[in-house]
Design a protein. Structure first.
Length: 107
């Protein structure tokens, strides 16, 4: 009788541990999915906003007075475009490998 009670207690403990493990895993899975969704949302927003900024800056060139020397301005815009391109690549790499650490380049 005691052996049976001990066996039942062991089985109950094992089942409780399995349930606990599943609950913990589900929490981490949910957090992981939330993090992935946040990174994807950030990527969409970043690309949209930066594309809009670049379009405005490049549009300034075509709307400028012909006698203005815009060579320095164009160099700065190109530096910004290059930094944005690098950042887009870093964000894409973060999405591909979510456990990696990513930092964006400043302009």
């Amino acid at each position: 009788m005691l052996a049976r009670q001990t066996e039942n207690a062991h089985i109950a403990s094992k089942n409780s541990r399995l349930t606990f493990d599943k609950e913990i895993a589900a929490c981490f899975d949910a957090q992981y999915q939330d993090d992935i969704s946040a990174i994807n949302a950030f990527q969409r927003t970043y690309e949209s906003e930066m594309d809009s900024v670049v379009a405005t800056l490049e549009g300034n060139v075509s709307a400028a007075m012909p006698e203005l020397d815009l060579s320095e301005y164009e160099v700065k815009v190109q530096l910004l475009v290059d930094a944005i391109t690098i950042n887009k690549q870093r964000i894409a790499a973060k999405i591909k490998e979510p456990t990696s650490i990513a930092s964006l380049r400043r302009y």
